[in-house]
Design a protein around this ligand. Structure first.
Ligand code: IVH
Length: 759
């Protein structure tokens, strides 16, 4: 009998890997699998067994890496090399006009350039960034606040559509791929059935299922979730060659590197062509097998994009187009009332469940009493509900022909019996906002909502504190105020009963420990996150970030000179208008009075100029762009409404109490005052030309932008510096022509360093 030839294990592992990769590709990219799922599993298990037997053969990019590793305690934070931007929206109702305005706004920023656009599907999932170094996937993160996100590398490695190694040998030394993790409709339906049959509450839609899956701490569970990935852009790229110069080129390049990209994209040259593409996409998108919540319109040329630039959160050269809302009709079974964080009572429609583009809807918002009256919505009615993008579904109207005989107009107050459904205290109508409110600050529902807000993403990120846990902590009297979470103990938390007296279900040691770890980490979170978490009226996430850049601590914000200046400037502007001797209101006054007025007017204007100038010098305001504008017209970073609200809150009893408690707890969140370097860059326009040697172009751009400067693609009178490397051509000549200062890369770096050490 001939002896069976034993294959070298190393060669065998390599052969298996190549084969598994090939089948992966056939399955995913070509939708033409050659073998059954069982045979695929067999190959896979062979490789895993082999790697277990010879651990030295395991590689970081082996397909076996995709089954997940040991559960982690929580996610650490990863800073994106380049910020992850979001998109501004255009809505179907804005129509062709909206598109034309957008196209014209871009044309103004880059006059005289022929413009090409790429329209792509907008897949409804979770934005992530993947980082490849020398072709290997080294990390992956969520968007987070755009600057830092959760490090979810282990979870992302389990997603089969994400290559662990880039396909081409000519891949750049660093490549950040931006894209979306999502769930197909079929995958979501399977998962929903699975979760339901295990007796749990399933996710509401594929997007939340994808988001919820990526947040799991056990990557072995993530590996079993039907997650997909599609790439649509780049972050940092470092390498010998520049990346392609158009969006279309980038997508083709990503595909050649083994990434999955959209099959449908369209190049357009005008608003009309864009609208036609959007309509075409709308007609076919239901056939994709995954949910799309719109189209994305991007300027195709990358250099032009740089010239057009970005806002704080989104590029000016792209828009998300939101398709018109999807509608369905169903029966309104009942109206319940939800108590919000500030005591506002919101009516909620309890519906006969209906399926509407990808998800089942059983509840929808009714906004407020006036809306119910205006639309004459009654319990028992057949109602029209609407789902638009990410917003919660809403009841938009009734079908009057289908109204049952015995209905009465809905009366909010009598429905409530005059009392808050959560705490029973009397309710009051707030005439300013046309809402009913529960004014009892001790109301348990309000306490729960405040706690949830404190714990949400972007605030303190205490994931485990959502929903039922927050409810029970408040109900059992363990948390009165959000800051009480810092006094929770392991034993009370682990025995917390999430069930009922008769059917107890405890939170458990493991969950309790995890939550306490997260709470401990929250102590170190930066000022921006804390300012957001404290739920100060009129201070949203963005304002919190702006404030944090200019203040070092909470105490600093509480007594902020900058904010006082903003308020004073606003008041002065009002007075300046009132005292304007030429204003109509001051027409009929006598000469002496007029002279007095003119004098006061002059003094006020001088004071405003002084304050405006100070705010500009501090970087907290910019000089207004309009012609003839002076320092008094400074455009502030944080407006007077937010400034007043912040100062008022910090000097209120509640604000002072929060500061006092934070001090006792030893929590001192830190913000970053901008350095001198930032000051020197702020508002300055740079043009980069020729090749850079110490850094890539995107890095240089990021350095400039992160310090508040602008980068432009062409030299004009407005340019402050041209950074010229070897091979610089026409832009150098332009610089000379406009008398713009030219510096070398070396000088640019010196400039950065010097400013930094002084700052
Ligand atoms: S581009 C700087 N392209 O939509 C450009 N985003 O509403 C940033 N999204 O955060 C994004 N499909 O998560 C882009 N083809 C596509 C997209 C897409 C889905 C998501 C992405 C982004 C969000 C903004």
């Amino acid at each position: 009998m001939p002896e069976e030839k034993i294959e070298d294990p190393k060669l065998q592992a390599e052969r298996l890997r190549t084969e598994i990769e090939r089948h992966n590709r056939l399955y995913y990219d070509e939708a033409a699998p050659e073998i059954s799922d069982q045979d695929f599993d067999l190959l896979f298990r062979k490789l895993r067994d082999l790697e277990e037997k010879y651990p030295e053969l395991a590689t970081v990019d082996s397909p076996t890496q995709r089954v997940g590793g040991r559960p982690s305690q929580g996610f650490s934070q990863l800073r994106h090399a380049l910020p992850m931007l979001s998109l501004d929206n255009l809505f179907a109702k804005d129509g062709l006009d909206g598109l034309r305005k957008f196209v014209a706004s871009v044309a103004r920023a880059a006059p005289g350039e022929p413009m090409e656009w790429l329209v792509e599907p907008k897949v409804d999932g979770v934005a992530i960034s993947l980082r490849y170094e020398h072709g290997l996937l080294v990390s992956g993160a969520t968007r987070g606040d755009g600057e830092t996100g959760d490090d979810i590398t282990q979870n992302l490695k389990t997603v089969r559509a994400i290559p662990l190694r880039l396909r081409s040998s000519a891949s750049p030394s660093v490549l950040e791929v931006r894209g979306e993790v999502y769930m197909t409709s079929a995958g979501f339906a399977r998962l929903r059935d699975e979760i339901r049959s295990a007796g749990h509450e399933p996710f509401a839609n594929p997007r939340s299922a994808a988001a919820g899956s990526l947040k799991l701490l056990d990557s072995r569970v993530v590996a079993r979730r039907p997650l997909e990935f599609i790439a649509f852009g780049l972050g940092e790229v470092r390498g010998k060659n520049d990346p392609p110069s158009t969006q279309k080129g980038i997508l083709d390049w990503l595909k050649s590197l083994g990434q999955h990209t959209h099959r449908w994209t369209k190049i357009c040259h005008s608003a009309d062509e864009i609208l036609a593409a959007i309509d075409e996409l709308d007609a076919i998108r239901d056939g994709f097998g995954f949910e799309t919540d719109g189209a994305v319109i991007k300027l195709n040329d990358v250099e032009l994009r740089e010239r057009v630039g970005n806002n704080a959160r989104a590029p000016k050269w792209a828009r998300a187009w939101k398709y018109a809302a999807q509608k369905a009709t169903t029966r309104l079974r009942d109206i319940t009332v939800q108590v919000g964080r500030t005591g506002v009572l919101t009516p909620v429609a309890e519906l006969e469940p209906v399926f509407l583009r990808g998800s089942t809807i059983a509840r929808a918002t009714l906004h407020n009493e006036d809306e119910i009256q205006r639309k004459d919505i009654r319990i028992g009615d057949t109602v029209v509900i609407e789902k638009a993008g990410e917003v919660i579904p809403a009841v938009v109207g009734v079908v009057p022909e289908m109204r049952p005989a015995e209905t009465r107009p809905f009366d909010f107050l009598s429905h409530l019996g005059g009392r808050c459904p959560a705490c029973g205290s009397p309710v009051r109508r707030d005439p300013q906002f046309a809402v009913w409110v529960c004014e009892n600050p001790q109301c348990p529902a309000q306490k729960t909502r405040r706690l949830e807000y404190f714990a949400k993403r972007g605030a303190l990120d205490l994931d485990a504190l959502g929903g039922i846990v927050a409810d029970k902590l408040v109900e059992r009297g363990l948390v009165e105020e959000p800051l009480d979470v810092f006094q929770l103990k392991l034993d009370t938390l682990s025995t917390l009963n999430l069930g009922t007296e008769s059917e107890p279900r405890v939170f458990g040691q493991k969950n309790a420990r995890k939550l306490l770890d997260a709470i401990e980490r929250a102590r170190q979170l930066p000022l921006a996150r804390w300012l957001h978490a404290l739920a100060i009226p009129d201070i949203g996430e963005e304002t919190a970030h702006d404030l944090a850049r200019f203040h070092e601590s909470l105490d600093n914000v509480a007594s902020s000179r900058l904010l006082q200046d903003v308020v004073a400037l606003d008041r002065l502007r009002g007075q300046i208008e009132e005292t304007n001797p030429r204003a109509r209101r001051n027409r009929g006054i006598g000469e002496l009075e007029r002279q007095e007025l003119a004098e006061r007017h002059r003094k006020l204007a001088e004071e405003a100029r002084e304050i405006g100038g100070r705010l500009i010098a501090e970087g907290f305001a910019e000089r207004a762009k309009k012609k003839g504008a002076g320092d008094a017209d400074a455009v502030v970073k944080v407006g007077p409404v937010a400034a007043r609200a912040a100062l008022k809150w910090f000097s209120s009893d509640r604000g002072r109490e929060v500061l006092r408690r934070l001090g006792i707890l030893g929590i001192h969140p830190q913000g970053g005052a901008p350095s001198k370097a930032e000051d020197a860059f702020a508002g300055k326009t740079f043009v980069l030309t020729g090749s850079l040697e110490k850094m890539t172009r995107p890095e240089a751009q990021e350095l400039i932008r992160s310090r508040g400067g602008n980068v432009s693609g062409s030299v004009s009178r407005k340019t402050n510096y041209v950074v010229a490397g070897p091979g610089a051509g026409s832009k150098l000549a332009d610089a000379k022509q406009h008398g713009v200062k030219v510096i070398s890369e070396e000088q640019f770096l010196d400039f950065l360093d010097k400013k930094r050490s002084k700052g």
